[in-house]
Design a protein around this ligand. Sequence first.
Ligand SMILES: Nc1ncnc2c1ncn2[C@@H]1O[C@H](COP(=O)(O)OP(=O)(O)OP(=O)(O)O)[C@@H](O)[C@H]1O
Ligand code: SF4
Ligand SMILES: [Mg+2]
Length: 353
Amino acid sequence: MAEKVLQIRSLTAGFLTEKGFVKATDRVTLELDRGQTLCVVGESGSGKSVTAMSVMRLIDYAGGFIEDGEVLFSGSDLVKKKQQEMLKIRGNRITMIFQDPMSALNPVFTVGDQIAEALRIHKRMSKQAAWQASVEMLRRVGIPDPDMRAKQYPHEMSGGMCQRVVIAMALACNPELLIADEPTTALDVTVQAQILDLLRQLKQEFGMSILLITHDMGVAAEVADRIAVMYAGAVVEEGTVKEIFEQPRHPYTIGLLKSIPGLEGERGGELYTIKGVIPPISQLPSGCRFHPRCPHVMEICKQREPALLASPTGHKAACWLDEPGLKGAAEAETAASSHALKVTIGSKTEVTL
Ligand SMILES: Nc1ncnc2c1ncn2[C@@H]1O[C@H](COP(=O)(O)OP(=O)(O)OP(=O)(O)O)[C@@H](O)[C@H]1O
Ligand code: SF4
Ligand SMILES: [Mg+2]
């Protein structure tokens, strides 16, 4: 069996507000095999970043805390670690890149110095060795003329170039796990594709595992081995890219797939949107959290929460439609209203929904 680099078990994290503790994630369970990429997708406010911040234990600094659950990193529970111990892990064995590369870079130091700093702290390299290693890292992330570039400040570089620097900084210490939170959202489409290519290539080269957070199913299709779909703080579906794109089980996942730009189908190019908005987790509806927006809602959905259940292949979904007795009735009800849509995602996948 593949070695698990990360096992998040029933993670409930949130924030103390005037109304008391408000959950941002609700019993989130995720697993990442060594050398693989797990993409976490979902709309804004679904708890993706809070999940990542909890793994890094950065949530403690954002006014939040982990109420319950475990985050096993190479078998050891990060939730139980003191911040002092996390300093040895964060930026070294687990690193993170964010949406806005400028916010991750210090404007008053050269990019070479910033990469070298991480190597000096975590790998105890000499000043000269760290500088040489940082130039080499810039070369490996595809920055032309790295000797010259290493001496430049962030404002002398483009956004795409800065994100390459941030990736170089994140990989300099050869982490076991890279967490990337919307790493391409701030970049234009061409640069976005280049950065995704780079991450794919570096994953192979460095043999690391990647937890990639995105609201974009197209990005997930390009880079993921497995995809977890989050809705209102909870994982509602999880499976391989093929399972998620070719046999989606949860109506929310199906809605996300239909919302991908570039649809070919019966709607003449009009973009599908999931009706309604994601509820704040403090005001979750009864039963299934997706039921007010679900086109297949049944009576049981309003009353009882469906469990996240795995198929024999490990494809998980939390939906009452998976109950054999209920599925037939729902299928008959929805057959009349469904539209066949063909979706092409990147160069990889074509599915009919
Ligand atoms: N610092 C904070 N204080 C209070 N609530 C917060 C804080 N950060 C996040 N939240 C709440 O936690 C919930 C989950 O937020 P999170 O940032 O994880 O969403 P997300 O899935 O990353 O969304 P996005 O796609 O917009 O980045 C939201 O309801 C949000 O309002
Ligand atoms: S449990 Fe019911 S409401 Fe929830 S996603 Fe499934 S069919 Fe829709
Ligand atoms: Mg986020």
